[in-house]
Design a protein around this ligand. Structure first.
Ligand code: 4FV
Length: 245
């Protein structure tokens, strides 16, 4: 997959996408990330990318010209136009479902806003999808873009070693992942749950599902309401009720 990133701070992407799973995916050509500096598409000698807002008000707005010139440069010669994603608090909340859909794309372009945002004509004419990573405001679209790239890359075939660990992920099935433990068996007086030391794989599977349901219900009951629960899940939830959990 190819991901084009348009930003006025290309240096911010220097390191975060060079390590661990994402770094390896890029080395193995499972993922290509191309960073474009929007400033390279300005035509004035001061390489100006922003201007004051029409109608007055605080802050600056990213100008349409260099943004569109950068987008057109990326799309020039491309067989088909790659969907353009704008990272913005006004976008749809980023969820697993959308990431899974994007993982099926051959190429996407991500536009990183900054300051008060970008000229709305670019949003209307050139943006296919606005995405928000959450109901708060960041200083720029760069970190949100990295979050999207990281979470998306994990869903690309071959990027995460054991497919299993993607499938059992939280949100893959709208139920949270189960709690994880590793050595030492006793840490500062806190023991690992004995079932995990039992070697009884059926009991372990069942305990993990029960814990996943318990935490999902505690933290995000709306997710449980959306989930396709098995008969066993219903039994486990009843047990949790009986245990007052
Ligand atoms: C954001 C978000 C976000 C808004 C003004 C950048 C900032 C500045 N992007 N999810 N939440 N963007 O706050 O994606 O341009």
């Amino acid at each position: 997959m190819r991901i084009n990133v348009l930003t006025i701070f290309p240096e911010m992407f220097a390191s975060p996408l060079d390590h661990s799973i994402i770094g390896r995916a890029r080395q193995r050509r499972l993922l290509e990330v191309r960073i474009s500096d929007i400033r390279d598409f300005t035509t004035d000698r001061h390489r100006v990318v922003d201007d004051s807002p029409y109608g007055g008000g605080a802050g600056m707005v990213l100008k349409p010209d260099p943004l569109v010139a950068a987008l057109e440069a990326i799309q020039a010669g491309a067989a088909q136009r790659a969907p353009v994603i704008l990272m913005s608090p006004q976008g749809e909340r980023l969820e697993h479902r959308r990431l899974a859909a994007l993982a099926g794309e051959h190429e996407v372009s991500i536009l990183c806003g900054h300051y008060e945002g970008i000229d709305e004509r670019v949003v209307e004419q050139w943006v296919d999808l606005e995405v928000s990573i959450g109901d708060y405001v960041t200083t720029g679209g760069e970190l949100p873009a990295m979050v999207l790239i990281d979470a998306l890359a994990r869903l690309l075939p071959g990027v995460v070693g054991k497919e299993e660990s993607v499938v059992q992920d939280s949100f893959f099935s709208t139920i949270f992942d189960y709690p994880h433990y590793t050595r030492p068996q006793c840490f500062r007086g806190h023991e690992v749950p004995s079932v995990l030391l039992s070697g009884n794989h059926e009991a372990i599977r069942r305990w993990r599902r029960k814990q996943a349901l318990k935490k999902t219900r505690q933290q995000r009951p709306e997710l449980l309401a959306q989930a396709e629960l098995t008969e066993e899940d219903v039994k486990l939830l009843a047990e949790l009720d009986a245990e007052g959990a």
